[in-house]
Design a protein around this ligand. Structure first.
Ligand code: GRF
Length: 186
């Protein structure tokens, strides 16, 4: 399928997906990278991979419905079939949810339903949770509440933040492309 990746930051998950497509592990066409942060490093990554970055500033639109209508036009123009959220720090509204019903996925750095929302790794550590994890899920109107597609957990066992973060990212970069491949081939 033709996919768009939405990201607000570093874009390491974008990179993992683009790499998996390039080396044949993931069968998809990454036609567009969308960001709400024109300065985000993901823009540079997209350019390096020869994928069109599209940056917009939400503050220039009157409402979520207005910028999502603009995005919807852009996505349909590019024949996008799936939206893949990878560190996109905004809730998706009814405009895109209805245009891409059951075709929007997200990755979140906790064992959902535990610790939705921002800084899930910090939340996990602050709570003294036994398990850290990564979840890939369908996107609905809530914050990290959609149905779970894949999840991997590991024991925190007294490890520090940096170590937990590294392990989470390593899992993400393997789990996201693999899960997308399963999703697209079913
Ligand atoms: C990842 O940890 C992802 O789970 C979360 O945001 C982070 C994005 O990292 N939603 P990156 O921009 O892909 O490096």
């Amino acid at each position: 399928p033709r996919i768009a990746v939405f990201a607000s930051g570093n874009g390491s998950n974008f990179q993992a997906i683009a790499d998996a497509i390039q080396n044949g592990e993931l069968h998809a066409e990454l036609v567009l990278v969308v960001t709400d942060k024109p300065q985000a490093y993901v823009v540079e990554r997209a350019q390096k991979m020869g994928i069109e970055p599209f940056a917009f500033n939400p503050a220039e639109y009157g409402s979520k419905a207005m910028y999502e209508e603009m995005l919807k036009g852009k996505l349909l123009n590019h024949g996008v079939e799936w939206i893949v959220l990878a560190g996109f720090m905004r809730l998706i509204g009814p405009m895109l949810l209805s245009a891409f019903e059951n075709r929007i996925v997200n990755i979140h750095p906790s064992a959902l339903p535990a610790f939705p929302g921002k800084d899930a790794i910090g939340q996990t550590l602050a709570a003294g949770a036994e398990l850290a994890g990564v979840t890939v899920h369908f996107v609905d109107a809530g914050m990290d509440t959609g149905s779970i597609i894949a999840q991997e957990t590991f024991p925190v066992a007294g490890r520090g933040r940096a170590e937990v973060e590294d392990q989470i990212h390593a899992i993400e970069h393997r789990l996201y492309p693999a899960t997308l491949q399963q999703l697209f081939s079913r």
